[in-house]
Ligand binder design. Structure first.
Ligand SMILES: [Zn+2]
Length: 501
């Protein structure tokens, strides 16, 4: 869709603001007859989305067919290992590991779970009358004896099954007898099969099939409830991490970082969204369905809402690799096309180098992180969809002359009659040598004024710059400039938002 610059910005602001406000139930006559929203989140430890279709898994297949589904990407070390502790805490809290601080599988009490609690606890804090339930085979999710459990004692009932059969039976009983407003159940057998046999085996597919039968028990139990005609059930399914073909996880490979979200229920836009969601989106989605306000501290957004990010409009322009060698040719994930009104200035850029990264580019996580694993590109968790990248490290992997000097500039933003221009964006920068990374602002085409200079790393940061508007200024352009770089890491920028006051 092509929009004028100002309406695009207005839309971006409206969407951003809207994401923070929970939907209120419309006070109409129809509301009196509204069904009660109910949510069941099913976590399947170590399940790879790509293994659902080849497995005998008709219930998961039907949830996918009736709802929305997408693969999602997680972080990797050193940000956090692709293990169950960080994975479930991310899903439960709607925040990334640098906030919740569950950084291993034995976290004890040294976490921020009190500040960033699980979504069931948030639901209880906002609306104590809600009925909540958490069940898991893995003890630390629901049992405080080894440290604070990810699902806190504020949850109405917590069940710690001895195995997946026990966890399933306790969950079925609760769904049947209570029908909690919000529940979370985690099953472990698929992960065990991954460790025992590897993900590239029929043994793993058999475990997926067996777990699918448990998912069927949950769905059938819900649909058999006597009060089901008065209830609106949403099913969400996700995983804490993936598995390698040989079995195992914790590291930075694409399959280990691979998770997914399936959503089936009222208000779901069917199919695969153009911009992949993130696992932090599950918690705000549950809160939104329950009519609970979404705290600004959460990193996620409600599934199905537009990102409002001008860079995401480039998803249709993404190309396959040119000079990069380690990225599969089927992965279309980079472009030099700019969003309408945005410009890239490469007039001071050196020559040669890797085509994809000569000056600012736009790329996806799937493409960019495959350039080389283990260099913290996987830590760029607060970007999503298509983001801007200045990667002097990858550019230098082919013969170059001169330096990496490139500038990305926004469209003109109206500042007429305003005192302050605020520039918000997600930023992921690694400092190495003499390169400079700056954000500057030019009013009415005048001299650039520096708003930000990085002297060290900025890992998965949300920047919010406040810039004084000179008297009489009519418009402003904002420039992100990486200059004098050689083989000096990178800068990724996403979701720029401009506001004035
Ligand atoms: Zn495991």
């Amino acid at each position: 869709m092509r929009r004028t610059r100002l309406s695009a910005l207005t839309t971006a602001l409206a969407v951003t603001a809207g994401a923070l406000i929970a939907p209120t139930l419309a006070p109409t006559a129809a509301a009196a007859a509204a069904k009660t929203p109910k949510v069941l989140v099913i976590g399947i430890d170590g399940l790879l989305f790509d293994k659902i279709a080849p497995a005998d898994a008709p219930t998961l297949d039907s949830l996918i067919a009736s709802g929305s589904s997408s693969k999602t990407a997680l972080y990797a070390p050193p940000f956090a290992p692709t293990l169950s502790g960080p994975g479930w805490a991310t899903l439960a809290t709607g925040t990334w590991p640098d906030k919740h601080r569950v950084l291993s599988n034995s976290w004890g009490t040294s976490t921020n779970l009190a500040t960033y609690p699980d979504f069931l606890t948030r639901a209880e804090q906002a609306r104590p009358a809600l009925s909540t339930f958490a069940a898991a085979t893995w003890d630390p999710l629901v049992d405080d004896s080894a440290g604070k459990a990810i699902f806190s004692s504020a949850v109405d009932a917590r069940a710690n099954g001895a195995n997946d059969t026990d966890t399933t039976n306790q969950t079925v009983a609760r769904l049947r007898d209570v029908g909690p407003d919000a529940s979370f159940v985690v099953l472990d057998d698929v992960d065990a099969a991954g460790h025992n046999c590897g993900a590239a085996t029929t043994c793993y597919l058999d475990a997926v099939a067996a777990t699918d039968k448990r998912v069927k028990q949950f769905v059938d139990t819900v649909r058999a409830r006597s009060n089901y005609p008065n209830e609106d059930w949403t099913f969400l399914v996700s995983a804490d991490h993936g598995h390698t073909d040989a079995g195992g996880h914790g590291g930075n490979s694409t399959p280990e970082r691979s998770s997914f979200i399936i959503r089936s229920g009222p208000g779901t836009t069917p199919g695969t969204p153009a911009i992949a969601p993130k696992n932090v989106d599950v918690a705000p989605t549950v809160l939104s369905l329950l009519g609970v306000a979404i705290p600004a501290a959460l990193d996620g957004r409600v599934l199905g809402t537009a990102t409002g990010d001008p860079f995401d409009g480039l998803v249709g322009s993404l190309q396959a690799r040119v000079d990069e060698t380690g990225i599969p040719a089927a992965v279309r994930g980079w472009t030099k096309t700019t969003p309408s009104g945005w410009t890239i200035d490469n007039s001071a850029m050196g020559t040669g180098g890797v085509t994809e990264w000569r000056g600012w580019s736009f790329a996806t996580d799937e493409f960019w992180t495959r350039t080389e694993a283990g260099q913290s590109r996987e830590s760029n968790v607060r970007a999503r969809g298509v983001f801007a990248v200045a990667d002097s490290d990858e550019w230098s992997d082919k013969a170059t002359s001169g330096t990496y000097t490139s500038a990305l500039t926004s469209p003109a933003v109206s500042v007429a009659g305003k005192r302050t221009l605020k520039v918000g964006f997600s930023s992921h920068y690694r400092k190495e040598g003499n390169e400079t990374a700056t954000v500057t602002v030019s009013f009415d085409g005048g001299a650039a004024r520096t708003a930000l200079t990085y002297t060290g790393d900025a890992i998965a940061k949300i920047e919010s710059l406040s810039i004084a508007v000179p008297a009489g200024a009519q418009s402003a352009k904002v420039t992100w400039r990486l200059a004098n770089g050689a083989n000096n890491w990178y800068w990724a920028v996403d979701a720029p938002v401009f506001t004035t006051a």
